[in-house]
Write a protein that binds this ligand. Structure first.
Ligand code: COI
Length: 354
């Protein structure tokens, strides 16, 4: 596949403090860019990262016809570089594309251009445990038009950031509260698509949660406001007795790839995993009965994010005395060991670049 490559004259990598990386504020030297016009994806380009010229009438700015993904590239101890489950990210990108009327992309185009970008940016992949190169593919409508309609033209890009932990808590438990007023999504809406609207919907309630001293919102379903959907930045799991329970993919929540990895690993360990609706009242009740053993979020950026406290309607529960649960720790160790090539990749999740 022919890709045009225009490299920067001088890399900015020497100015980056790799010891103090925050999530998402340092960007590597290059971007991948592919335009869509005349009903097809055009020649891919790798270009210097920098400002883009757009018209104020860009339709995606007005109506949000935009989708994105989040993947990670890892450097193993022996220097080998791999991407975690890009095939699943490609499937989800196309699923989001269908919901937002954005053209799909072949796996060949997706993986070949991703591979080329990673090769060009390989120096940006941190070489220490807990760090990775976060890859952000996204597609947005580029017609300049103010009527509400499906765009004829698009741009697909990948930007990348060297990152550490997503939450400042790292592997320390986060705290969550429900939102009395707002919902994230309802079945039939956009909830299962990875599209900015879902994240925009979370900003105000997340700010309110922060003002009350919590890390994030735990979303309840948009109809009965009773059943737990997800955390917004991650999916969620509950260990009750010896069962690992996670809300089902009912159309309102994101089909997380780390969610799928956790289900697969847990089943492989012989843990019974149940995808079913679980109400916030049941979680509080199970905690009361000392049957709630662990709660954690799962996501590409956050990996495994233990939950130490939940507030709902003025009542609070503390899980594991606010400390990381055994399963959260074991699952984090297992998934990251596979990602960093320290354990056998028996599910074939690592896509090796070289
Ligand atoms: C990811 O986990 O990759 C996401 O896209 C979530 C976002 C909050 C960083």
């Amino acid at each position: 596949m022919e890709i045009e490559v225009k490299k920067v004259d001088i890399s900015k990598i020497k100015d980056i403090d790799f010891d103090n990386l925050q999530f998402g504020n340092v960007f590597s030297d290059h971007v991948l860019s592919i335009d869509y016009k005349d009903n097809k994806w055009q020649k891919p380009q790798i270009l210097p990262y920098g400002p883009m010229e757009i018209f104020p009438s860009l339709s995606s700015l007005h109506y949000g016809q935009t989708i994105f993904e989040g993947m990670k590239a890892f450097r193993a101890k022996d220097g080998k570089i791999s991407v975690f489950r890009p095939d699943r990210h490609h499937q989800r990108l196309n699923r989001s594309a269908r919901r937002l009327c954005i053209p799909e992309m072949s796996y060949e185009l997706f993986i070949n251009t991703l591979t080329q970008l990673i090769k060009v940016e390989s120096d940006w992949i941190p070489d220490r445990r807990g760090y990775s190169l976060y890859l952000r593919p996204f597609t947005f409508a580029t017609d300049n038009f103010l009527g509400v309609k499906i765009s004829d033209t698009y741009k697909y890009m990948i930007i990348s950031c060297p990152v550490g932990a997503y939450y400042k808590e790292g592997l320390n438990p986060i705290s969550l509260c429900t939102s009395g007023e707002y919902v994230r999504a309802v079945k039939g809406g956009l909830g299962e698509a990875k599209t900015p609207a879902n994240y925009a919907a979370s900003l105000l309630p997340a700010q309110e949660a922060k003002e009350k001293g919590f890390t994030q919102v735990i979303w309840l379903d948009g109809i009965e406001r009773k059943y737990i959907d997800e955390i917004g930045t991650t999916n969620i799991f509950f260990l009750i007795d010896n069962q690992l329970i996670t809300p089902p993919l009912d159309g309102a929540i994101l089909e997380g790839i780390t969610r799928d990895s956790v289900i697969t690993v847990a089943k492989d360990w012989g843990i019974e995993v149940i995808e079913r609706r679980i109400s916030i009242d049941e979680v509080f009740e199970m905690n009361q009965q000392n049957r709630l053993k662990d709660i954690f979020g799962t996501g590409t950026a956050a990996v495994i994010s233990p939950v130490g406290k939940i507030e709902h309607l003025g009542k609070e529960i503390i899980i594991n005395n606010g400390k990381i649960g055994d399963l959260s720790q074991k699952m984090y160790d297992e998934i990251t060991a596979i990602q960093y090539g320290e354990k056998e990749d028996k599910f074939n999740w690592n896509y090796h670049i070289y």
